[in-house]
Design a protein around this ligand. Structure first.
Ligand code: SF4
Ligand code: SF4
Length: 87
């Protein structure tokens, strides 16, 4: 069983307040060979009503080692050490 840990306060995902979505980085999503990572906004909003933080999370099936072979590419590419994979 693979455990994915993510710290939204470290993640530098900036967002476009109009688009309400992250517009930069997402390196962890790009590098994952199984396309197992996704992002979603967290509830906390800024003064413009845009999400303050985004969360990177794993697709449910990715918790199986069959899908996530713990290659650590997402951990290694993150410039802010926001991701941990615990096996
Ligand atoms: S450890 Fe590798 S396979 Fe697993 S989520 Fe990260 S990049 Fe994807
Ligand atoms: S690579 Fe790191 S900083 Fe960039 S989106 Fe992923 S978790 Fe956030």
């Amino acid at each position: 069983m693979v455990k994915f840990q993510f710290d939204p306060t470290k993640c530098i995902l900036p967002y476009d307040a109009k688009e309400l979505r992250p517009t930069k980085c997402l390196k962890c999503l790009e590098v994952c060979p199984g396309s197992l990572l996704m992002f979603r906004p967290l509830k906390e909003k800024d003064e413009n009503g845009a999400p303050k933080f985004f969360e990177i999370h794993m697709l449910f099936k990715a918790y199986s080692k069959k899908y996530c072979p713990d290659c650590f590419k997402c951990v290694e590419i993150c410039p802010e050490q926001a991701i941990k994979i615990i096996i």
